[in-house]
Design a protein around this ligand. Structure first.
Ligand code: PLP
Length: 449
């Protein structure tokens, strides 16, 4: 007879006192994480997990990177925090480095505590810059959970948060595999998605639209890579109608797509870029907006009506500086690109050959998705859109089987995303994909095609 280990204080106090995100509080059973290193973390009983989710797709350079930890310790010993209205070496350097990496004349940085506040502030800038109110965003999108950011979010997390905020209009972005436009290939999808966007602008009134906010590569809602020409087309439409183009790179930026910013892949220059997660691998909360000259100029002689006590937090800024330096010293962007083209892409394609339940493999860099189906012909998803309870069981059992085997997966709706830290060694990536190979038999058993 085995006896269960006694519950730790960490567990007991969590259940009594910690109110968790996105959850019915009564149904939670969190693992207690005791430590982490590189692409691994472990619980208090010593069970180890290969982090194929990078937590929330933010630990881009892995857990406890020694140089990043040291940089934070060093900054903490010098100056932990200072109000945003002072200048400070760490903050100035973080802004300079980000401006240097950003495309075009995006040369100024407004710092926030994370992605949602970056969304809110980018929209605020666009509205004041244009003197217009409406915001366009896609249905399959996530832009954060503050009042403003959740209103522009396209996915079901918006539904319980809707307060009737006016001026947000959702439209369909490109997604060739599940095309809203009945397109057969990327070229058709691109043309039709751009026509749809033009039509949406026409009926909403171009002179009322402040901005279009787009995840450069849609993250949580499916790793949706824009077809060739789409982002260029959006840029053109924005120019034509004087609309601000905001690229949300909170998840896709900082190497996740094998580029510093994902827009670099298509050589498109937005007016504003929002960033957060991968900038410092989440070691401290930070995010921000990179701002083009013309929008920065709007606020040259006019007050910017927004701010945060922790805007440009010194410790967090020091960690961004250190993290960018680590990227450069360790060739992390190049590694991410190589993982995508030479390792993850080919390995997942092979997986698809062995598992009928994988409808589509798509991705770039270290940003990949398996679109799971019960029928390749009809593309019927393994679970319905936004499934819960028994409907979600086929995906839940896949996730549970991964965890059982020591792989921490990222699942969303009918998809498994492959999003480990972008500096994960090749053998560990293959180790994780081998576990996926084992558990996918469960999904194949539900295949009816
Ligand atoms: C594309 C995108 N934008 C914005 C956010 C919100 O970021 P945060 O959770 O840091 O507020 C997220 C978070 O997952 C995201 O994926």
């Amino acid at each position: 007879m085995t006896t269960a280990a006694p519950l730790s204080d960490a567990y007991i106090n969590d259940r009594r006192h910690v109110f968790h995100s996105w959850s019915a509080q009564g149904s939670l059973n969190p693992i207690v994480v005791a430590g982490a290193e590189g692409s691994w973390f472990w619980d208090e009983n010593g069970k180890r997990y290969l982090d194929f989710a990078s937590q929330l797709v933010n630990i881009n350079i892995g857990h406890q990177h020694p140089k990043l930890v040291a940089a934070i310790q060093e900054q903490a010993a010098t100056l932990c925090t200072i109000a945003p209205f002072h200048a400070n070496a760490a903050r100035s350097e973080a802004a300079r480095m980000i401006a240097e990496l950003a495309p075009g004349d995006l040369d100024m940085v407004f710092f926030t505590n994370g992605g949602a506040e970056a969304t809110d502030n980018a929209i605020r800038m666009a509205r004041i810059h244009t003197g217009r109110h409406k915001v366009l965003s896609t249905y399959r999108s996530y832009h954060g959970a503050t009042g403003g950011a959740i209103a522009v979010t396209g996915d079901p997390r918006r539904w319980p948060n809707e307060t009737g905020v006016s001026g947000v209009v959702h439209f369909w972005g490109p997604y060739t595999y599940r095309s809203a436009f009945h397109a057969h290939d990327d070229q058709e999808e691109c043309e039709r998605a751009l026509t749809h966007l033009r039509d949406t602008i026409m009926v909403e009134g171009p002179q009322t639209i402040a901005c279009i906010i787009l995840e450069t590569v849609v993250g949580t809602n499916g790793i949706l890579i824009p077809p060739p020409g789409y982002l260029e087309g959006v840029r053109q439409i924005c120019d034509e109608f004087g609309i601000v183009y905001i690229a949300d790179e909170v998840m896709a930026g900082f190497g996740r797509c094998g580029e510093w910013f994902a827009v670099d892949h298509w050589r498109v220059t937005p007016d504003l870029i929002t960033w957060a997660k991968g900038s410092n691998s989440g070691y401290l909360p930070i995010g921000g907006v990179v701002i083009s000259q013309k929008i920065a100029d709007t606020f040259k002689d006019r007050q910017y009506p927004g701010g945060l006590t922790y805007s440009g937090h010194v410790l967090a800024c020091a960690s961004v500086v250190a993290s960018i330096n680590i990227f450069k010293e360790e060739g992390i962007i190049e590694h991410a690109r190589m993982l995508g083209t030479d390792v993850i892409g080919p390995a997942l394609t092979k997986l698809q050959e062995n598992h009928p339940s994988i409808g589509e493999v798509r991705g770039l860099g270290v940003f990949w998705a398996l679109d799971m189906v019960t029928n390749r012909e009809t593309r019927a998803p393994l679970v319905p859109y936004n499934a819960t309870g028994a409907d979600a069981q086929p995906m839940n059992e896949l996730a549970a089987a991964c965890k059982e085997k020591g792989l921490w997966p990222f699942t969303h709706f009918n998809r498994i995303h492959v999003v480990p830290p972008i500096n994960t060694p090749v053998d560990e990536v293959l180790q994780g994909i081998a576990i996926l190979d084992e558990v996918l038999d469960l999904a194949d058993a539900r295949y009816t095609g």
